[in-house]
Design a binder for this molecule. Structure first.
Ligand SMILES: *Cc1c(COP(=O)(O)O)cnc(C)c1O
Ligand SMILES: [Zn+2]
Length: 407
């Protein structure tokens, strides 16, 4: 048995194929590349029960991942995150079977660790010594740390107002860090120029093919954690869209393997009202999005005005009879507090956005009360301490709580 059944890369736009044993970025036509596996072979040698007893990390699915030599794996134990029922918040929005896939408990505190683990491992396998990327914070943090573990040099460019903690994560890992007084799209331009000038490997979202493979493991895990069944709806906070493209890819691979049956869950791309290019395109029934000017939202990870893989996100939404929903920042903050108070989970604003979207879609009847609904929490609330504003009474040492309460 082989460790990985990766076969090649293909372009979803022009169908050209590429080797998975050479460094590749975009297709010559400018499209992102996707990774293919020899699924017929996997089907012959592997069945779901073979996974029992494997390590509780995303590497349990190594046959469906691109790293061919086990020695190249760079891991901090990422994956197999909790899949937990949310009965109280579910009751509050009258969804009987509401679950949260909680990516808050993963190295670096966001699901970006999945993309980084697989992307950096494959970069190591391909002999890459130095990479560069623009980021809204979380991806840069994860890639810097995993690259440090792999001994790969990293250059990161992030917006000046990206969450402070992500800046520190990059810096502490020893990456070359630059701040730009602008958006991720501006950071992208600067990285693009550096890649040209210095011949660095460009690890920007979807400009290398393997980050999707890491993120697709969320889809594999949801299916396994549900006993190889699929939910009715999965809601995903969509920025660059890698996660939703990955989940869609994973579920299609599982269908091809015969490990799950039936129709795919309806995939919901959730965005913020201040940055909703995918939602706009979906409403207009378009195959791709347009640049969203002056984008802004507190949910920093989904502040992406134009995603390179927008057409793949929209395809995943259209093909699964899903939809795209924009939610406002105020509702995100209220939902974040409600979830902490009702379920004890302090989730990130992007994750809270998926719960707001579930609430709206239940209100307008798009989600039915009996349906099984999975909301993706992509990161830990503690990575965004500044999004929570509270008034706390301050006591003097001689005070009592009764006195502070005015009793
Ligand atoms: C990056 C990020 C997202 C968006 O992820 P994509 O897969 O690029 O759409 C959502 N939430 C958090 C916390 C993120 O860091
Ligand atoms: Zn192409």
């Amino acid at each position: 048995m082989k460790f990985s059944y990766v076969s090649h890369l293909h372009c979803p736009t022009c169908s050209k194929t590429y080797s998975a044993r050479e460094k590749n970025q975009l297709c010559v036509c400018g499209s992102p590349l996707l990774v293919d596996y020899d699924l017929d072979e996997i089907k012959k040698v592997l069945k779901p029960s073979d996974l029992l007893g494997r390590e509780a990390s995303l590497w349990r699915y190594h046959e469906l991942l691109p790293v061919e030599n086990k020695e190249n794996i760079v891991s901090l134990g990422e994956g197999m995150t909790p899949f937990i029922p949310m009965p109280h918040i579910g009751k509050d929005m009258s969804i009987r079977h509401l679950f949260m896939k909680d990516e808050g408990v993963i190295p670096t505190g966001t699901f970006k660790a999945r993309g980084a683990a697989v992307g950096v491992s494959k970069a190591k396998e391909l002999g890459i010594k130095e990479l560069a990327m623009p980021t809204n914070g979380n991806a840069g943090a994860a890639w810097s740390l995993y690259a440090a573990r792999a001994g790969i040099k990293t250059s990161i460019v992030m917006p000046l107002d990206a969450p402070r903690i992500t800046r520190n994560e990059c810096a502490v890992s020893g990456a070359n860090l630059y701040l730009v007084n602008g958006l991720i799209s501006d950071a992208g331009k600067i990285v693009g120029q550096a890649v040209k000038d210095y011949g660095l490997f460009d690890a920007s979202t979807l400009k290398e093919p393997y980050r999707i493979e890491g993120k697709k493991t969320m889809g594999l895990e949801i299916a396994e954690q549900m006993g190889w069944k699929m939910p009715d709806v999965i809601l995903y906070p969509t920025g660059g869209g890698v996660g939703i493209i990955g989940i869609y890819k994973a579920l299609n691979e599982l269908i091809a393997l015969g490990w799950v049956k039936g129709s795919l869950p309806r995939l919901v791309a959730v965005q913020a009202e201040g940055c909703a290019p995918i939602v706009k395109a979906w409403k207009e029934k378009k195959p791709a999005s347009e640049f969203w000017p002056d984008s802004s939202t507190i949910a920093f990870g989904i502040n992406v005005p134009k995603a390179l893989g927008d057409f793949l996100v929209l395809e995943a939404v259209y093909k699964t009879d899903g939809c795209a929903v924009a939610v406002d920042d105020q509702s995100i903050l209220e939902e974040q507090q409600k979830i902490a108070a009702l379920e004890g989970a302090f989730i990130c604003p992007e994750g809270a956005a998926t719960f707001v979207a579930a609430r709206r879609l239940r209100e307008n009847g798009w989600i039915k009360e009996e349906e099984t609904v999975v909301a993706l929490n992509t990161g830990a609330g503690i990575k965004y301490p500044d999004t929570v504003h509270v008034e706390v009474p301050v006591l003097q040492p001689e005070d009592t709580i009764q006195k502070a309460m005015g009793v």
